[in-house]
Design a protein around this ligand. Structure first.
Ligand SMILES: NC(=O)c1ccc[n+]([C@@H]2O[C@H](COP(=O)([O-])OP(=O)(O)OC[C@H]3O[C@@H](n4cnc5c(N)ncnc54)[C@H](OP(=O)(O)O)[C@@H]3O)[C@@H](O)[C@H]2O)c1
Length: 280
């Protein structure tokens, strides 16, 4: 359990950081649990990451989250990394252990899986092939989550095919890499489509993907959460597909972080979701 005698501290480090919704999420939970504490955004350029992470124990921080572009760099700084973060190749969370050493983990895959389960409780990867667009850090967490849930066929498509091939080599398992030109055909017979590219994010073009081959029964998930509804999600919804947006991935990944930092399991509630959605 959390030590309620002290002011609880955690943070998110990134460069830039002002876009992060993590402070609103975690400070909501401090208030909800009646705890004295704060979660602060810290603008940390990569060259200062080591000093910033090493300062956490002395400052009484329980841990931090990491966002772009620090998720990979942190892997070589902390004292230990869990098997999940090692496999994904990136770290989203650091926990300060009682002896002051730093432990890295990746909770993005957990957020991906539990976001889907919140909206589709009977979701099963056994329903059919899953098409994943993208092969960056987000896609690696998505593929890890799909494999944890027993996916039998993952069709992986990325603009830079070699990056998708590297992901498939690192992960092994049921991943078929298809060239970017075949992305429209890759949807044929799929039970699920996940966008893990940055296309559709605010300030970016929409993902250039025709949905005509995607069965109407397929579930469509976009891990982007700014905007709340990407052009892909709008198009999928309009043609009758079930859709899940990306915000819940951010919200749910906070749960294992709190368990590790404070020994508390917070909840993703409608009130929390509405509060964060209002900021998007
Ligand atoms: N909801 C959440 O909690 C959550 C968590 C993580 C990420 N995300 C979101 O997921 C998105 C990807 O993040 P990331 O960390 O994976 O970024 P990343 O590592 O930089 O990867 C970006 C991906 O987008 C692809 N891409 C970029 N420009 C493209 C274009 N013009 N056409 C086609 N593909 C393009 C890249 O392909 P190439 O390899 O060819 O460059 C790569 O696959 C971001 O919008 C991020 O906000 C959300």
């Amino acid at each position: 359990m959390a030590n309620t005698d002290r002011f609880l501290l955690a943070c998110v480090m990134g460069w830039p950081i002002s876009q992060s919704r993590s402070p609103a999420l975690h400070n909501h939970w401090f208030a909800e649990h009646g705890l004295s504490g704060a979660y602060v955004p810290l603008a940390i350029p990569p060259e200062r990451l080591k000093a910033a992470l090493r300062a956490l124990p002395a400052l009484n921080f329980s841990g931090c989250n990491l966002t772009i572009p620090l998720k990979q760099d942190a892997m070589t700084i902390v004292d230990a990394v869990d098997v999940t973060a090692r496999k994904i190749g990136a770290m989203s969370c650091v926990t300060v252990r009682p002896d002051g050493t730093l432990f890295g983990s990746n909770n993005d895959w957990y957020g991906f899986v539990h976001n889907i389960l919140e909206f589709v409780p009977d979701w099963s990867t056994g329903a059919g092939p899953v098409a994943v667009m993208g092969a960056g850090g987000g896609a690696r967490a998505v593929v890890y989550g799909l494999m944890e849930r027993g996916a039998r066929e993952i069709r992986l498509v990325n603009r830079t095919q070699t990056r998708a091939q590297k992901l498939a080599e690192d992960f092994g398992g049921p991943i078929a890499v298809l060239p970017w030109e075949r992305r429209h055909d890759a949807l044929d017979g799929c039970a699920m489509l996940v966008n893990a590219t940055s296309q559709g994010m605010i300030g970016q073009a929409a993902l250039d993907l025709r949905l005509d081959k995607l069965p109407k029964t397929a579930l469509v998930n976009d891990i982007i959460y700014i905007p709340r509804e990407t052009p892909l999600i709008a198009a999928a919804r309009e043609r009758g597909n079930r859709t899940v947006t990306g915000l819940g991935m951010l919200l749910h990944q906070g749960i294992p972080a709190w368990k590790a930092w404070f020994g508390i399991e917070p909840k993703v509630t409608q009130a929390l979701r509405a509060k964060i959605e209002a900021t998007l």
